[in-house]
Every structure is written in structure tokens, then in C-alpha cells.
Design a protein around this ligand. Structure first.
Ligand code: AMP
Length: 261
């Protein structure tokens, strides 16, 4: 496994690498969700590249950016064990050039739901994804359904800009209680984790936005300070963010109608 930090180096190495390239973009603090994407890329491609880059442009909250978990050493071990070929771990100055004010945006969808709560977030996501696509030139790129709106916007960008890259999605990986794996879960205390799992359980049983809100209100949580930031129905899915100990927990799933079989 080769770890590279510079754009020119990874370009040079990948240019001479034969076969198909699968790319898994991450912000590190790797967990089972990331592993699922990587395993799929390993099956589909000759070479797998994982990027670890905490993208400053997608954080609308500086505190969130500064406190984003960093487990680089453990991440490298995990990636080695998974048989990843290349890690791309650039510095921010390598990706965002001086006076780099270029941003990619979707003028409608990126303003909705998660985009409404985090202004500029999806511009930052699309910008970094396009930069990474252009640097690595992969055949396939892997994204989780966990970030459903992100997946949808990346697909739209790829189509709109005629990028010759197949976007592959992977279902959300959850712990034994149904809570989606997430790097930010590492910030939760054990009590906070239990409370998040309690919300995840009622989310999985909710049949509509109203049903989830009702269940949430009637819930007797084992922990204080759990807030429902939003729940929306969109794209045939139910999407939510709730906060536990100040940590935003993002989840979504397909909306199953009560009378559907
Ligand atoms: P992140 O490091 O949080 O930016 O996530 C990198 C990629 O992993 C994104 O495509 C996410 O949607 C995906 N991902 C994160 N958590 C999960 C999960 N629990 N299940 C499946 N994919 C995930």
C-alpha cells in the first residue's frame, strides 16, 4: 500500500497503473460503513484508491471542522488489512490553491433539507469531489446511501458535467441496534451512544414524518438533551437529523407505506 500526499505524485503513479481504478473518498476516522464501500471497490476494480481528506470547504461550522475525529494511524492499519492499493492524504493547500474561489454548485437541491441547515455545505462537497475526480481519474467512485442527498448531488454533477465515471452507491451500514456507523459517533459518551440507538430504533419503526415526530415526543429517553433537528419526506425517503450531546446524527431510509407489501 502506498500513501501519497501530493497531487502530482498520485497522478504520476496512477497514470502508469494498469486496469480499472475504484475510488472511495473519505474524511478518515474509518468505520464499518467506509469498509463496505472499500470492499465493493475491491471486488469491482483492479486498483482501489482511498482518499482521507477533511475538506474544510464543506464545513459551515468551524468548531465541527476543528473537532473532526482524526485516527490516521488506525485508518492506515485498517486500509492495509483491507488490501487498499493507494491512500491519497493531501494537505488542504494541495487541494485549494491560493485565492481559489471556484465552487461547484447545484442551485436547487443543494439548498434543500440538509443544505438548508448547512449553507454552502454541498458546494464544498461537490467542489472537492470534482477536484478529486479530476486528480485521480477513476473508473468508478463509491458513495454511501447514508448521505443520501450527497449521493444524489454527486450523481447529478457527474451526469451534468459529462464525467466518465460510474457512481456506485452502497446501503447504510448500521450497528446491532440500527444506528448508522458514523465518524462523529466517536464523540458520543457511552450514555450518548445508547440514547442515539434509542432514537435510531424509533426511526426504523416510523412510517411517516408525523409518525416519527409523535414517537419522538412520546419517547422517554435515558439521557437529557436530545433534539430532533429535522425530519423530512423527500425522494420516497424519510430523512432526519437529531442531536445527541451536540453531535448531529444523520439518517435516512426508504419510506415504506403502511399498506404496501
Ligand atoms: P465520510 O468519511 O463521512 O465523508 O464518508 C465517506 C463515505 O462513506 C461517504 O460516501 C458516506 O456516505 C459513506 N458512509 C459513511 N457512513 C456510512 C455508513 N454507515 N454506511 C455506508 N456508507 C457510509
Amino acid at each position: 500500500m502506498i500513501i501519497l500526499e501530493s497531487v502530482s505524485e498520485i497522478r504520476r503513479v496512477l497514470k502508469d497503473t494498469p486496469g480499472s481504478i475504484g475510488f472511495v473518498p473519505t474524511m478518515g476516522a474509518l468505520h464499518m460503513g467506509h469498509e463496505a464501500l472499500i470492499k465493493k471497490s475491491k471486488i469491482d476494480n483492479d486498483v482501489t484508491v482511498v482518499s482521507i481528506f477533511v475538506n474544510p470547504a464543506q464545513f459551515n461550522d468551524l468548531k465541527d471542522f476543528k473537532s473532526y475525529p482524526d485516527t490516521f494511524k488506525e485508518d492506515v492499519e485498517k486500509l492495509k488489512n483491507l488490501g487498499v492499493d493507494f491512500i491519497f492524504n493531501p494537505k488542504a493547500s494541495e487541494i485549494y490553491l491560493e485565492e481559489d474561489n471556484i465552487r461547484v454548485s447545484d442551485i436547487i437541491e443543494s439548498k434543500l433539507i440538509e443544505g438548508e441547515k448547512r449553507p454552502g455545505h454541498f458546494d464544498g462537497v461537490l467542489t472537492v469531489v470534482l477536484k478529486l475526480f479530476n486528480i485521480l481519474n477513476p473508473d468508478r467512485a463509491y458513495f454511501g446511501e447514508k448521505d443520501f442527498q450527497q449521493l444524489s448531488l454527486v450523481r447529478k454533477m457527474t451526469k451534468s458535467l459529462f464525467l466518465n465515471i460510474e457512481v456506485v452507491s452502497v446501503p447504510t451500514l448500521r450497528d446491532e441496534k440500527g444506528l448508522p456507523f458514523s465518524s462523529r459517533n466517536q464523540k458520543l459518551s457511552s450514555k450518548g451512544l445508547k440514547a442515539a440507538q434509542e432514537v435510531a430504533a424509533i426511526f426504523s419503526q416510523s412510517t411517516s414524518k408525523k409518525d416519527f415526530i409523535d414517537k419522538f415526543k412520546n419517547m422517554k429517553f435515558s439521557h437529557e438533551g436530545i433534539d430532533l433537528e429535522y425530519v423530512e419526506e423527500q425522494w420516497g425517503r424519510i430523512l432526519t437529523v437529531y442531536k445527541v450531546e451536540g453531535v448531529r446524527i444523520l439518517d435516512n431510509r426508504e419510506l415504506k407505506h403502511e399498506n404496501s407489501h
